[in-house]
Ligand binder design. Structure first.
Ligand code: NDP
Length: 264
């Protein structure tokens, strides 16, 4: 399936750092106009400027994805300016690593609002235009924690499982419309998100460069693939979870003992 990057328009949320920045620059380098979305004004403008070197119509939008009106406004302005959006990358997200005994309702509301509802706002705002054109790609950046449980990340996993379920059903609902839905399932990627966790991570292995996610996004756009794990070798974990759920839960509990023990 050919995918011509030139002349396309992409909205990338969470583009001020890490994965979103790598994806934005990668698409722009190939001639796609990028609307880079995030809250940190200076950083997002720097990314847009770097995109403009290759894709001169690229721009920055300072938007909090948890703010429905702001997301809808950004989508409206993007459609007014470019007439269409070919690719929506729902990537903005925050980590939340808090043992359930210390978790508040407000914590859960915050992570659901940013990681999941932000995706819903942008998707439903841009979908009618994609359907009208009979084409489009919606790429949702979930997580391994959105396919299998991850210790002390109940709220984060809930937001990412929501994204995975949402993506799977959208892919089915939209199957014959020309609008394709893709799910990216990253493992440990080398970004600043790891410095933002509230409690120490139990993971101590290697980190993958964010460019690998940009490569996976292109793989989905070019092949029409629904789901892409990075690295691919992690995918069998979901089979282990499916066939032996209790053993899986005991396994991740033991794995978590590497990190600081919860006080609760
Ligand atoms: P970063 O912390 O580097 O990037 C997160 C991005 O999301 C930033 O651009 C941040 O920008 C943006 N963001 C956060 N909150 C909001 C908000 N309320 N409104 C708008 N933008 C927001 O981490 P990553 O690049 O690693 O994360 C990108 C995605 O990848 C996330 O969804 C994350 O859950 C997912 N992921 C990452 C993994 C990893 O190991 N790195 C593993 C699995 C999934 P700003 O602060 O300027 O608003």
């Amino acid at each position: 399936m050919a995918f011509d990057y030139r002349g396309k328009v992409a909205v990338v949320t969470g583009a001020s750092s890490g994965i979103g920045k790598a994806v934005s620059l990668d698409l722009a380098k190939r001639g796609t106009t990028v609307v880079a979305v995030a809250r940190r004004k200076e950083l997002i403008e720097e990314v847009a400027e770097a995109c403009r070197i290759h894709a001169p119509d690229s721009s920055a939008a300072v938007v909090d994805v948890a703010d429905r009106a702001a997301v809808e406004g950004m989508c409206r302005e993007t459609l007014e300016r470019h007439s269409r959006v070919d690719v929506l990358i729902n990537n903005a997200g925050i980590p939340q690593r808090i043992h359930v005994t210390r978790l508040t309702v407000e914590d859960v509301e915050q992570v659901m609002q940013i990681n999941f509802m932000g995706t819903v706002y942008a998707t439903l705002a841009l979908l009618p235009s994609m359907l009208e054109h009979g084409s489009g790609h919606i790429v949702n950046v979930s997580s391994v924690a959105g396919r299998v449980g991850s210790p002390r990340e109940s709220s984060y996993a809930a937001s990412k499982f929501a994204m995975s379920g949402w993506s799977e059903v959208l892919a089915s609902d939209l199957l014959e419309t020309g609008v394709q839905v893709h799910l990216i399932v990253p493992g440990a990627i080398d970004t600043e998100i790891w410095q933002k966790v509230q409690e120490p991570a139990s993971y101590s292995g290697k980190f993958i460069p964010p460019q690998k996610i940009a490569d996976a996004v292109r793989d989905c756009l070019e092949t029409g693939k629904f789901e892409r794990w990075v690295p691919r070798r992690l995918q069998p974990v979901s089979v282990v979870r499916a066939v032996a759920p209790k053993s899986f839960i005991k396994g991740i509990h033991r794995y978590d003992k590497r990190a600081e023990r919860p006080e609760g």
